[in-house]
Design a protein around this ligand. Structure first.
Ligand code: ADP
Ligand code: GLC
Length: 490
């Protein structure tokens, strides 16, 4: 391939905004391909045809019918465009695996679908077919970029199929999700018995889709430079640190961007009042609207802390209820939007019940409210124990809502701590604490509240954050340079 031509990339994902989202991967899967297309990369996105994908796409055209995918019957491949950006999509239409109510990974009871190994092996397999000479399409990718464990088998399938094939990248969004299944599935999933090996996809007596990707891909990326370092060691390597450290020359951290069209307080249609760095009056109006909507005391001077998160151990929010009982003796308000572990949901609901004027808890996934919290809160809380990249800390900086974050992963790569030095040199945008403990978080909240009382300094933090460019442009350029480098040596 001549590098003067467009590089062709097949981007495989299990979720994509606005069709189906459980977390940041969906946002990245929509925004990164769009940004790459602006850089003349010919990207197409492959994903499963869940009901929300099929219903959300108006014009679908049959592209091909695939056989030899390892499942019974025909698998149809449809072509469509992502609403909004028009990014080309390739949708796998296979009702026995994808046409069901419930989430993409979990059933109604919150349990993994029992056939997840087969559901995502099919996604991986179709990705491998499209990246090989067996592809029925005229379009053949130079690179297949896999995202998280759900497409982790693609590099393995391609490794064991006759060349020439596309080069593969395994992009890690979260090492905590590994796709581990019984070793006995190796042959049924169409992989040679030899691949079930410590030098292969074996992981503590099981078969791991993520490890398959990390072992067989030509290159590995993750979503921030700091996380790329952290996963080469325990505990954040989740048992795969040895492999990652061994492959460190093939491992690149590129920080995510955000969709600055969707997350722009000056144009955000989900807000009652738009505002910008030059006029923050609308932000105060959004705060009043949020307090009113959630039944909190309407007072512009009470600092309002916002949380929008999956409620899981990763996000460190279990530290908050312990601190809150002391914190709420001060004039402080807290708004929590999230869902996840039942115990955490219950403690936040209890907190709101005990302090109805000061705390509001909304359990569930609510896109509009998430924008209104980013705009209406004064401070954003993100005490994640680990965070491969994180998006909300970037949204909050754009919305003039300085974040409090734990010193980990993408959080340290995207937030500048309000040390006296950083305040003086005009770079501070938020607050970083070192130890993910109640003490560490509590101290940091008080540090932020002290500065909040010094309104001129607070305005500077807001303005420093709002003036930063978190768009995808720079990251897309880094991906493009990486693609070129991989193809040169492939
Ligand atoms: P992760 O993918 O680990 O959950 P990120 O910060 O990368 O973390 O992305 C989370 C995304 O999901 C953000 O866009 C955030 O606003 C959104 N989100 C999380 N929980 C909710 C919720 N309950 N309602 C609306 N949006 C949510
Ligand atoms: C994962 C990570 C999060 C990251 C997102 C998108 O869900 O937990 O930190 O921002 O993927 O890359």
């Amino acid at each position: 391939m001549s590098l003067n031509q467009s590089i062709k990339v097949l981007f495989i994902t299990p979720e994509i905004t606005p069709l189906l989202k459980t977390g940041g991967l969906a946002d990245v899967s929509a925004a990164l391909p769009a940004a790459l297309r602006d850089h003349k990369v010919d990207v197409r996105v492959l994903l499963p045809g869940y009901p929300r994908v099929m219903d959300g796409l108006k014009h679908k055209r049959l592209l091909a019918t695939l056989t030899d995918t390892g499942v019974h019957g025909e698998v149809k491949l449809l072509e469509a465009e992502l609403p909004g950006s028009g990014v080309p999509l390739l949708v796998i239409d296979y009702p026995p695996f994808y046409e069901r109510d419930g989430g993409p990974y979990l059933d109604h009871n919150g349990l993994d679908w029992v056939d997840n190994a087969h559901r995502f092996a099919l996604l991986s397999k179709v990705g491998a077919i499209l990246g090989s000479t067996k592809s029925p399409l005229g379009w053949r990718p130079d690179i297949v970029q896999c995202n998280d464990w759900q497409s982790g088998l693609t590099p393995a399938y391609l490794h064991f199929s006759p060349a020439p094939n596309a080069a593969t990248i395994m992009t890690i969004h979260n090492m905590a999700f590994q796709g581990t299944f019984p070793a006995s599935l190796t042959t049924p999933l169409g992989l040679p018995a030899s691949s079930y090996n410590i030098n292969g996809m074996e992981y503590y007596g099981q078969l791991s889709f993520l490890k398959a990707g990390l072992f067989y891909a030509n290159h590995i990326t993750t979503v921030s430079p700091t996380y790329a370092e952290e996963i080469q060691q325990a505990p954040l390597g989740f048992g795969m640190q040895g492999l990652l450290a061994h492959r460190y020359l093939d491992l690149t951290g590129i920080v995510n961007g955000i969709d600055i069209n969707e997350w722009n307080p000056a144009a955000d249609k989900l807000l009652d009042h738009n505002y910008s760095v030059d006029n923050l009056a609308g932000k105060a109006a959004n705060k009043r609207a949020l307090q009113n909507k959630l039944g909190l005391t309407e007072n512009p001077d009470i600092p309002l802390l916002g949380v929008i998160s999956r409620l899981t151990h990763q996000k460190g929010l279990d530290l908050l209820p312990t601190i809150a009982s002391f914190l709420l003796e001060y004039p402080v308000q807290i708004v929590i939007l999230g869902s996840g572990e039942a115990g955490l949901e219950a403690s936040f609901l209890q907190l709101a019940q005990n302090h109805p004027d000061q705390v509001a808890t909304v359990i569930g996934f609510n896109e509009a409210l998430s924008h209104q919290i980013e705009a209406g809160a004064d401070i954003f809380l993100m005490p994640s124990r680990f965070e491969p990249c994180g998006l909300n800390q970037m949204y909050s900086q754009c919305y003039g809502t300085p974040p409090i974050v734990h010193s980990t992963g993408g959080l340290v790569d995207t937030v500048v701590d309000a040390t006296p030095e950083n305040i003086a040199n005009g770079t501070a945008t938020g607050f970083i604490f070192t130890h993910a403990t109640t003490h560490g978080l509590n101290e940091c909240i008080h540090r932020a509240l002290d500065i909040y009382r010094d309104q001129p300094t607070w305005r500077k933090l807001q303005s420093n954050g709002m003036r930063r460019d978190f768009g995808w442009n720079k990251s897309a350029e880094e991906y493009l340079a990486l693609y070129e480098m991989i193809l040169k040596s492939f």
